[in-house]
Design a protein around this ligand. Structure first.
Ligand code: 5AD
Ligand code: SF4
Length: 343
């Protein structure tokens, strides 16, 4: 395990030439191959709706952005997207949406999870990425058949978190949600954005320590990309876009070295900054891809940041096997075993 100083040293090395990080990336990819395997697992991403009650200062679909065109998929569209992913040999789907907590939404998600389970005879894995909810709601969705949950901490420093969000978005509450998810039994994923305004390499080192402390099973990290219709767009980041890409790759590689048996995604935001961004993510140690399977008519509207790619993912550059395998992180099984033997 690396100390904070060692992490800061790697992250803080001069940026500008990806070739200088070659040994770091290759070492992380080798660790990946030996622990979770060489194979890249696919999750079909279904963007259910871009309505959101939150108002995060960096996000294009924040509630305060009156210019975002809002949409919601129908149940039929969600099921069709899930069926398409299932037929294509995907091991699981991710249902993602802006945050909503009203009863109608909670029930709808519960029903959709059950229906996807029925449609695939329980074989298609279901991940949810639907923001902060009560422990009771997390339990309901778990009982309905969801087994993984993604909730990025966005920035693990409470001070930085405070600068990126309105005052009523509480850091402590988000951490409590991650803990509730773990207690419910989910495989828990979190993540951060990289290259945010006010963010320094020390914060990124602390993010890695946070992941380790929270003992997470999955991680999705990507470069921060300005969205012009947000308050943060006018605030300068210390890092250029190229530097953010490189830093994000360093973060993936370091996380793989620190937590060898978790699942790490090569995210869409990498692709937004570089045509081969996701391939670079895999070369730096990632093992998960989340191709968008949302119906194309609405795809352009889930605009978290500028330049988010809307086309289908070209899978030809990846070692994938379309056999429907779930691809759970070995970390999850081993921490559950450890918990059992402590009882
Ligand atoms: N740049 C990069 N990522 C962003 N997200 C939201 N806004 C941006 C942005 N401007 C990410 C957040 C969120 C995920 C769904 O998208 O980390 O958790
Ligand atoms: Fe909503 Fe997520 Fe965007 Fe925040 S980052 S405004 S919670 S969709």
């Amino acid at each position: 395990m690396r100390s904070r100083e060692e992490l800061v040293k790697v992250l803080g090395a001069p940026l500008g030439d990806l070739a200088t990080d070659e040994a770091l990336f290759a070492g992380a990819a080798e660790v990946r191959d030996r622990t979770v395997g060489r194979r890249v697992y696919l999750r079909g991403l279904i963007e259910l709706s871009n309505r959101c009650r939150k108002n995060c200062l960096y996000c294009g679909i924040r509630s305060g952005n009156g210019r975002a065109e809002r949409y919601e998929l129908t149940d039929g569209e969600v099921l069709e997207a899930a069926r398409g992913a299932w037929r294509a040999g995907y091991g699981s789907v991710v249902i993602q949406a802006g945050e909503r907590t009203d009863g109608a939404f909670v029930e709808r998600v519960e029903r959709l999870v059950e229906e996807i389970g029925r449609m695939s005879e329980g074989k298609l894995g279901i991940t949810l990425s639907l923001g902060e909810q009560t422990a009771e709601v997390y339990r309901r969705w778990y009982r309905a058949g969801a087994h993984r949950y993604l909730l990025r901490i966005e920035a693990s420093s409470p001070v930085l978190y405070g600068r990126l969000h309105p005052a009523d978005h509480r850091y402590e509450r988000r951490v409590a949600c991650l803990e509730a998810l773990r207690e419910t039994g989910y495989q828990v994923g979190t993540g951060v954005m990289i290259g945010l305004p006010f963010q320094r390499v020390e914060d990124l080192a602390d993010d890695l320590l946070f992941f380790r402390r929270m003992d997470i099973d999955m991680c999705g990290m990507g470069p921060y990309i300005e969205h012009p219709q947000t308050p943060l767009a006018g605030v300068r980041s210390e890092f250029t876009r190229e530097e953010r890409l490189q830093l994000a790759l360093r973060m993936i590689a370091l996380l793989r070295l620190e937590m060898p048996d978790i699942n790490i995604a090569a995210t869409t935001a990498l692709h937004a900054l570089h045509p081969r961004g996701r391939e670079l993510g895999v070369a730096a140690g990632a093992n998960i891809l989340m191709p968008n399977v949302t119906p194309e008519v609405v795809r352009g509207n889930y605009r978290l940041y500028e330049g988010k790619p809307a086309e289908d993912t070209d899978l030809s550059g990846f070692r994938t096997v379309p056999d429907g395998a779930w691809g759970d992180a070995p970390h999850y099984a081993s921490r559950r075993e450890a918990a059992k033997s402590e009882e």
